[in-house]
Design a protein around this ligand. Sequence first.
Ligand code: BG6
Length: 511
Amino acid sequence: MTAQASTFAAAPVSDSAPHPCTIVIFGASGDLTARMLLPALYNLALDRRLPPRLSILCYARTKWTDEAFREEARKNVEKHSRRPIDPDVWDSFAAGIFYSYGGYDDPEGHDRLNERLREVEAERDTGGNRLYYLAVPPTTFIGIIEQLGRAQAQGKGGEGWSRVIVEKPFGVDLASARELNRAVHSVFDEDDVYRIDHYLGKETVQNILVFRFANGIMEPIWNRRYVDHVQITVSESLGVGSRGSYYNGSGALRDMLQNHIMQLLSLVAMEPPLAIDGRSVRNEKVKVLNAVRLFEDDEVAMATARGQYGPGWVAGEEVPAYHEEEGVPGGSQTETFAALRLFLDSWRWAGVPFYLRTGKRLPKRSTEIAVSFKPAPQLLFHDFVEKPHLEPNVLSIRIQPNEGISLKFLTKVPGSPPRMRPAAMDFLYGASFVAQAPSAYETLIMDALQGDATLFTRSDEVEAAWTIMERVLSGWSSMPPLELPNYEAGTWGPAAADELIERDGRQWRRL
Ligand code: BG6
């Protein structure tokens, strides 16, 4: 097996080769396991990156045999893998898949699972190393953790290391996130807890650190002296699809802002870390979240906007209103769009607004971070300008799609009379690299196997992000209910979102 460094491991390659282990997946019959986890593990097998004798023990309520589950797994991998099945690789991969059944908080089911785990560990000589993966609805997290604690107390823990991957959402507010952290910490040390935010597994998100800290030219201008403002947009053209009942209890703020967008903000605004490792990077990220100025209730109306989509047209297709989607109750007040203007009370960013927005059923799918720079100190070219104002220099980091980075600057149009126009220096991943990027889940699972938590969120980060969101939610709940829907599907959100940024004399970027 070729030893590979973990994504950001500073350790020598030989130290970071993953150990044999058993991954125990709770939620084996769920969508996440079918669409993401098994295909990711299979693709790692295809690249020969998995540790020797890696075993996958899947657990769910359905009574399957190993054989029946392997068949099911194959169908799902065939359907969702980014590369086709290679029969030889599949056979050896599938030989390491096992199944056990039971309820998530059911002691009997867990006893059966533990017995099976022992057998698998002995048969495959995995040294007792265990990676538990909670790919289950959040309401079942604590029940599973308690059962893992019970097994540990009975001496049924592995002899090797035990780590746990917890899927999002991590809590629905600060109190529930704290409760979950307490439950997890009663069984696992924080260093062994891997909270997933799949945005951190995206290549382009990891590249924010490389772009900022491996290049000498960025840091000197990455601050309040040169940056006018920053915009982070995560727009989706899809609606809530079949996830209406989950989404309705969540909304855009909890579903996207608390986690993915706060992570993007942290990476863009953080100070250089002492080293690229889990501790140093997350120490700096959490400082950003702690620097966010918290809203008072009466500030929320001016600094935020929210909305819900009505019927409309997206990409040539007529789509229903949010409240007509499956699983969504009529009269729902859940927001499918949210925008915030935040300030960071830090030396680097004092006075620089960060505008954040996300929504469903917007005109296109696009995730972008745009750093807009202040104008040149003196306007020498008034007569050259076609538009009434000079366009600012903007550095845009396209997270997805058309992954890349571009820098917009003004340039002289050839010939006379003299005129200027914006042009762009553009870096496109697709044009520069031929290799297909691994999926976020491949990266994250591999990192967890190698014990590298850099791309996972720490308990203090999660709680800091909830602290910010709670102030927004509190402000919203103190305001009179909105007349919803307030934006048409296929448009860029409610008018209030435009007003939010236009009050500051700025505009949302056209994506
Ligand atoms: C998930 C949200 O975390 O992220 C979804 O629950 C959202 O509502 C998804 O659609 C977006 O992820 P991506 O990778 O498609 O941008």
